[in-house]
Design a protein around this ligand. Structure first.
Ligand SMILES: Cc1ncc(COP(=O)(O)O)c(C=O)c1O
Length: 391
């Protein structure tokens, strides 16, 4: 990606002229294309009416086109994709849909988002399963050894983030999936920080389930997500929330014979804001236009030196591996004694967006999320700011 490419892509994100945007890890910025798609949809509803043939037709077509676009991005078939509202929706669909047996074991890593463990915990409590916790290791072989030691004949599923939101570790997913499958268990990835910033081929990775969202690295609208369920696994996941969208209708009340909509549509039970899925499709188009391999390469180029310079700051502890194949655009740092007031006012004073927290014991942490359209000068700006905040 040369400077002219970067300038062209940056021009699609007006916020980048105003803000040093280092947080697509929470919400990606909206491109003018996505914003236009949202505006066009709303205008059409306003002028034609939501129940007009044109709105119905466009909504349906765009929705299905987006399903196909996500399938292409993930290396899946369209019928293996359910469109959801969030990463969390997808995790819940699987956690509450699997037919559990008492004594089943669920393995989760210790570095998951809250939405990557509460749902499993609740499912385990409801069904007499147990949750075992895998301590993530940045060393690939050690991670495999630790997982191997936790797997038993009772292990039903292993769930982990493709890229941990806590440490930024990009797990060696294909090797882990193979180990899990060799032991007869299922493997699910939380792809909140996967698809969009790194290449994802669900078949090559060997995962049974992959849940993701539109609003982070795909730079799509909030309220959009997707869930891949490998077609071989579809019948193992019961659709628990059902309605007209899932076609879970018999002849009427009292008739329990259910007829499901095709493939993963059975998990889409009711009315959606169809236009946001149309806009998600536009966001995926841009990712494909830029190219996920090029995005990954560009982010590597930016993040390698950035991590080295960050790690050299006084008292900084880098939580994210340096190795490019074990990391992506998320960079987590722990430290103490940096100027809290300045850091807390990073947006107001510096027009800089990144995650920052200080805990009761005084420990501080920052998470940068570096997208392909960032410039090295912007990362230098963040480094200079941290130098000014250093103790
Ligand atoms: C790893 C991970 N999983 C799940 C979530 C929750 O995402 P959503 O709000 O789309 O469910 C996040 C959000 O930050 C996340 O980082």
């Amino acid at each position: 990606m040369n400077d002219a490419d970067i300038a062209r892509y940056r021009a699609l994100f007006p916020v980048l002229e105003r803000v040093t945007y280092l947080n697509p890890g929470t919400y990606g910025p909206l491109s003018t294309r996505v914003a236009d798609a949202l505006r066009e949809w709303t205008t059409m509803l306003e002028l034609e009416g939501p129940y007009s043939p044109i709105a119905e037709q466009r909504g349906h077509e765009a929705y299905e086109a987006t399903r196909a676009k996500l399938a292409a991005l993930l290396g899946a078939e369209p019928s293996e994709i359910a469109l959801t509202r969030s990463v969390t929706d997808g995790t819940n669909i699987v956690a509450h849909g699997l037919r559990w047996q008492p004594g089943d074991e669920i393995i989760l890593s210790d570095k998951e988002h809250e939405s990557g463990w509460v749902n499993w915990q609740v499912a385990a409590q409801r069904h007499g399963a147990t949750v075992k916790v895998l301590a993530l290791a940045n060393d690939e072989e050690e991670l495999l050894r630790r997982l191997e030691a936790l797997l038993t004949p009772r292990t039903r599923i292993v769930f982990m983030s493709h890229v941990s939101c806590i440490t930024g570790l990009r797990i060696p997913a294909a090797r882990l999936a193979k180990l899990v499958h060799d032991r007869g268990a299922l493997f699910m990835l939380d792809g909140a920080h996967g698809a969009g910033q790194i290449p994802v081929d669900v078949r090559a990775l060997g995962c049974d389930f992959y849940t993701g969202c539109g609003h982070k690295w795909l730079m799509g609208p909030q309220g959009t997500g997707y869930l891949y369920i490998a077609k071989e696994r579809l019948e193992e996941v019961e659709s628990v929330w059902v309605g007209w969208g899932s076609r879970a209708a018999g002849k009427g009340p009292g008739d329990a014979q259910l007829v499901w909509a095709e493939g993963n549509r059975r998990f889409e039970c009711a009315t959606r804001l169809w236009g946001i899925y149309a806009a998600l499709g536009v966001a995926v188009d841009l990712i494909q236009e830029v190219g996920v391999e090029r995005i990954e390469a560009r982010v590597r180029e930016l993040v390698g030196p950035f991590k080295r310079e960050l790690a050299a700051l006084p008292g900084m502890e880098l939580q994210t591996p340096h190795a490019p194949h074990l990391s992506a655009g998320l960079v987590r740092l722990s430290f103490r004694g940096y100027d809290h007031d300045q850091l807390a006012r990073r947006y107001e004073d510096q027009r800089m967006l990144f995650q920052y927290s200080r805990f009761e014991d005084g420990a501080q942490t920052i998470r940068f999320a570096v997208a392909y359209f960032m410039r090295p000068e912007e990362l230098q700006r963040a480094l200079d700011f941290l130098r000014r905040c250093a103790p």
